[in-house]
Design a protein around this ligand. Structure first.
Ligand code: FES
Ligand code: FES
Length: 186
């Protein structure tokens, strides 16, 4: 049986693993690359618990043949936190009690991350649409939707505080350039 080496960038790091034609991306991630965040629920593309990002787009990794991701970038929930600092979506799920058993949570969060990356200010309906392929049997969805909207607001606030003003002109660079147009040191 043909075995191929699959090269990919996993959470920003170059990785490789061996795959048979029938190996799914989900199996490769879990059994060969040690990424246990994506969950195997239905294994039929129906529950979304295996959702990861493939070149930025959410995919159900149980339906993706591993050999087809050669040369691609794959993002999993393990790559979201910056050290001990969770992503805005992860933190909002935690703060908003948007997870109970947790089985759906990695896939749900990856779908949310993909949404907020392409749409930083989604409506409730857009959030519902984005997670329509992710099944949760515990929460009733309301806390999840609220958490994603909360995460969107946190991301926008963080972006606003880190993006310099572009229409206010350069800040004063010397004592001669104070807002009153006078020397500030005399
Ligand atoms: S395990 Fe992939 S969609 Fe259910
Ligand atoms: S938290 Fe249990 S399935 Fe969603």
């Amino acid at each position: 049986m043909t075995v191929k080496i699959v090269n990919l960038k996993l959470n920003g790091v170059d990785k490789a693993f061996m795959a048979r034609p029938e190996t799914t991306l989900l199996l490769g991630l879990r059994e060969q690359l040690g990424m246990m965040g994506a969950k195997r629920g239905c294994a039929q593309g129906a529950c979304g618990s295996c959702t990861v990002l493939l070149d930025g787009d959410p995919v159900v990794s149980c339906l993706v043949p591993a050999v087809t991701v050669d040369g691609s970038a794959v993002g999993t929930i393990e790559g979201l936190a910056d050290g001990q600092v969770l992503s805005h979506v992860q933190q909002a799920f935690l703060d908003g009690f948007a997870t109970q058993c947790g089985f759906c949570t990695p896939g749900m969060i990856m779908s949310a991350e993909a949404l907020l990356e392409r749409n930083p200010d989604p409506t409730t309906e857009e959030v519902q649409e984005a997670i329509s392929g992710n099944v949760c049997r515990c929460t009733g969805y309301e806390p999840i939707i609220t958490a994603i909207l909360d995460a969107a607001a946190r991301r926008r606030a963080a972006t606003a505080t880190t993006t310099p003003e572009t229409d206010a002109g350069p800040p004063p660079t010397t004592a001669y350039e104070s807002s009153e147009g006078m020397r500030a040191d005399v």
